[in-house]
Design a protein around this ligand. Structure first.
Ligand code: FES
Length: 118
C-alpha cells in the first residue's frame, strides 16, 4: 500500500511565527474558509483550529489578538480556558482535559505550510 500523495498549502512566511506569540491564519478545510491559531515551539510550528472546545468560540478577543498567560500558554478570551502549546490540551478552565483540534503544519524553505492529503 502506498502513502497518499501529500500536498502543501502556503500559510505564511516562517518568520511570522514567534515562540509564545499567537497569530491567526486563514485557510480552507473541507472546502470551507476557516481560521487557525498558530505559534512556534522550540521544535517547530504548531497550528490548531481557532475554535475553543468549551463553547466553540474563537480564542482571540479581536482580530489577531490573543491572550497568553505568564507561562506562554494560550488563554481563551471568552471564558478563560488555558491551553498548553505543545499539544493544545486545556490544562485549566471550563473544558479542562479537552484539546484544540490540531492542524498539521511544517516549516520548509522559510515558509509555514499546511499538509493537505491528496
Ligand atoms: S469558549 Fe473558550 S473558554 Fe468558553
Amino acid at each position: 500500500m502506498s502513502d497518499p500523495v501529500s500536498q502543501f498549502e502556503f500559510l505564511c512566511p516562517a518568520d511570522q511565527l514567534v515562540v509564545d506569540q499567537f497569530i491567526e491564519l486563514e485557510t480552507r478545510l473541507d472546502d470551507q474558509p476557516c481560521w487557525l491559531v498558530a505559534t512556534r515551539r522550540p521544535d517547530g510550528p504548531r497550528a490548531w483550529l481557532n475554535v475553543c472546545p468549551h463553547a466553540g468560540r474563537p480564542l482571540n478577543w479581536a482580530p489577531n489578538q490573543f491572550i497568553r498567560d505568564d507561562q506562554g500558554q494560550l488563554v481563551c478570551a471568552a471564558h478563560g480556558a488555558v491551553f498548553e502549546t505543545d499539544g493544545g490540551q486545556c490544562v485549566a478552565g471550563p473544558c479542562q482535559g479537552a484539546s484544540l483540534k490540531a492542524v498539521e503544519v511544517i516549516e520548509k524553505d522559510g515558509q509555514i505550510l499546511r499538509r493537505v492529503e491528496g
